[in-house]
Design a protein around this ligand. Structure first.
Ligand SMILES: CC(=O)N[C@H]1[C@@H](OP(=O)(O)OP(=O)(O)OC[C@H]2O[C@@H](n3ccc(=O)[nH]c3=O)[C@H](O)[C@@H]2O)O[C@H](CO)[C@@H](O)[C@@H]1O[C@H](C)C(=O)N[C@@H](C)C(=O)N[C@H](CCC(=O)O)C(=O)O
Ligand SMILES: Nc1ncnc2c1ncn2[C@@H]1O[C@H](COP(=O)(O)OP(=O)(O)OP(=O)(O)O)[C@@H](O)[C@H]1O
Ligand SMILES: N[C@H](CCC[C@H](N)C(=O)O)C(=O)O
Ligand SMILES: [Mg+2]
Length: 493
């Protein structure tokens, strides 16, 4: 791959049908750019129709900044004869194909596995990454928490990067000798063609429940977006689905890939059973093998089962896979446990959907063995699906002795509006046990003040995040750090 000298436009367009070219076609492209503010001499600027604005409005700005070519759906009013305009039906789709080509089609030379589903993507992708490194492979990871090339951490801005950043990262992973890459595939990424042009060795479906209706509008569209990932898998790939989720079979209805299943409830290619689950570990039976895991919770039993299945489908030895898996720890902010000196348990978890919150609280309920109280601190993000707000408050009340509703990332919304919407979900009988404390730090401190030895505090929604996003500014905030401060500043003897 020799991107430094650029790539010819004709090469980049070779797999794209239905293009109309206006202007010279023997152009050398130096870089692919989505944002007119980042265009430089030799750029191919891609005009995308976004949710806030239309990239077509910035074509002239891109040309003035030196763009050699423009990929668009509609020609602008002013045509510069020195610039090449490529018109296509869908810029995002074409961009996916062009980005793969520009970076030398890295996905074709890697074993690339994608994970989709409402919850569990980061967990499954991270477990796969840790497992395959444990098996001796050089690996890459693309996830919400961080991107990683072996030990090198590259901060991530999205769950799934845009197709240009994505192919650039894959090319880097290949250059650094990686053979396997595990990535999350968000529904936004499928709908916006961020993964178009990638060649996957396998796809995993975890589950689908309520989320992101702000973007997809209907649950049907959300299902279709996730299904789109499996529709585009090649025949050589596997499609591994959780058949305990009732949408599991829909996902693979039209896939060309080899369908494989996993389940805790019914017959499946990979069948698991939980024998015991405690705060210190989980004992399972998987395809007739007994195994102890350090990670706990029924939702993680699903995650581990899918990871086991994917590894076996990639040709790994089942017993060796289970040995490595049994030593793995949860990814950051996923059911992470902390113990205070006075024996209070704090759990920091990224549950930010009704389903995730319910799973985590059910796991906690199941792990309780006496009269300990469960105190839940939870909020909902701004500028995201509002329908989940009352539902999450209701679920928190259902499984907790005490609920403190607080702020998450308000973004551009007023946190008190978000909290009012959450409060609507609190059943009247639970008013007494529910308090609203907008300041998240104060809320966490209050939870600790009220806790007695053995009690469990769940802090949900932000997991690994080390910021709180307020009006476009990310202020440092870390649930784990604040919990640690509370543990130290108010020791109970
Ligand atoms: C809703 C959504 O997916 N938004 C993404 C989208 O932005 P957008 O549609 O709002 O873009 P826009 O602001 O309308 O601009 C349209 C186009 O004009 C261009 N532009 C704009 C201004 C200008 O001066 N010049 C210019 O060229 C922009 O670069 C863009 O290409 O395209 C941008 C560029 O790729 C993304 O950064 C942006 O992600 C935003 C930041 C975001 O928050 N996305 C979230 C919702 C997201 O994608 N989440 C999923 C995870 C969900 C999950 O948990 O499952 C993810 O994969 O991360
Ligand atoms: N398989 C699962 N089923 C249901 N809930 C899960 C599962 N795995 C994890 N969870 C819960 O969902 C939360 C988020 O998990 P994870 O980060 O793995 O999901 P994700 O799909 O990557 O989320 P995002 O959409 O934000 O990227 C966890 O903190 C846990 O509460
Ligand atoms: N990937 C999810 C993360 C939500 C995390 C939560 N803390 C919030 O800010 O809503 C999203 O962007 O919708
Ligand atoms: Mg994730």
């Amino acid at each position: 791959m020799d991107i430094d000298k650029g790539k010819s436009l004709n090469t980049l367009l070779q797999n794209i049908s239905g293009t109309t070219i206006t202007g010279p076609s023997d152009v050398l492209i130096q870089n692919l750019i989505l944002d007119s503010r980042r265009v430089s001499a030799g750029s191919l600027f891609v005009a995308l129709r976004g949710t806030q604005t239309d990239g077509h409005q910035f074509i002239d700005t891109a040309v003035n900044s030196g763009a050699s070519a423009i990929l668009c759906e509609e020609l602008p009013a002013n045509i510069n004869p020195e610039v090449t305009y490529i018109t296509v039906k869908d810029s995002a789709e074409a961009m996916g194909l062009i980005a793969s080509e520009f970076y030398g089609n890295p996905s074709k030379r890697l074993t690339l596995v994608g994970v989709t589903g409402t919850n569990g993507k980061t967990s499954v992708a991270t477990f796969l990454f840790q497992l395959f490194r444990g098996l001796g492979y050089r690996c890459g990871l693309l996830s919400t928490v961080q991107n990683q090339v072996e030990d090198e951490v590259i901060p991530s801005t999205h769950t799934t990067p845009d197709s240009i950043a994505l192919n650039q990262l894959l090319a880097l992973m290949l250059e650094k000798g990686c053979s396997h890459v595990f990535m999350e595939v968000s529904s936004h990424a499928v709908a916006q063609h961020r993964i178009t042009g990638l060649q996957f060795a396998g796809g995993i479906f975890t589950n689908i429940t309520h989320d992101h209706l702000d973007f997809h509008k209907t649950f049907d569209n959300y299902i279709k977006a996730k299904k789109g990932f499996f529709d585009q898998l090649p025949k050589s790939a596997f499609a591994l689905v959780n058949v305990d989720d009732r949408r599991g079979s829909v996902m693979v209805q039209n896939t060309k890939a080899k369908i494989e299943t996993y389940s805790l409830q019914t017959m499946a290619s990979f069948k698991g059973k939980i024998i015991s689950d405690t705060l210190t570990g989980m004992h399972m039976e998987i395809n007739m093998h007994e195994v102890w895991f350090r990670v706990i919770g029924r939702f993680n039993a699903y995650n581990l089962l899918s990871v086991f299945g994917a590894a076996v489908l990639l040709g790994e030895d089942p017993e060796i896979v289970l040995t490595v898996l049994s030593a793995l720890k949860s990814p950051p902010g996923r059911f992470e446990q902390f113990h205070s000196a006075d024996n209070i348990v704090g759990i920091v978890d990224y549950a930010h959907t009704p389903d995730a919150l319910e799973n985590v609280l059910q796991t906690i309920t199941h792990l309780r063995h006496g009269n300990e109280k469960v105190i839940t601190v939870v909020g909902c993000g701004g500028n995201r699906d509002a329908e989940k707000r009352p539902k999450m408050a209701e679920i928190a009340c259902k499984y907790s002795n005490r609920v403190i509703l607080t702020s998450d990332n308000p973004r551009y919304e007023d946190p008190t509006d978000i909290l009012d919407q959450m409060r609507k979900g609190v059943p009247p009988l639970d008013y007494k046990k529910t308090t609203v404390i907008e300041d998240r730090k104060e809320a966490i401190f209050r939870a600790y003040e009220e806790a007695s030895p053995e009690d469990i505090i769940l802090i949900a929604g932000k997991g690994h995040e080390n910021y709180q996003e307020i009006k476009g500014v990310k202020h440092h905030f870390d649930d784990k750090e604040v919990l640690g401060q509370a543990f130290l500043e108010y020791p109970k003897n």
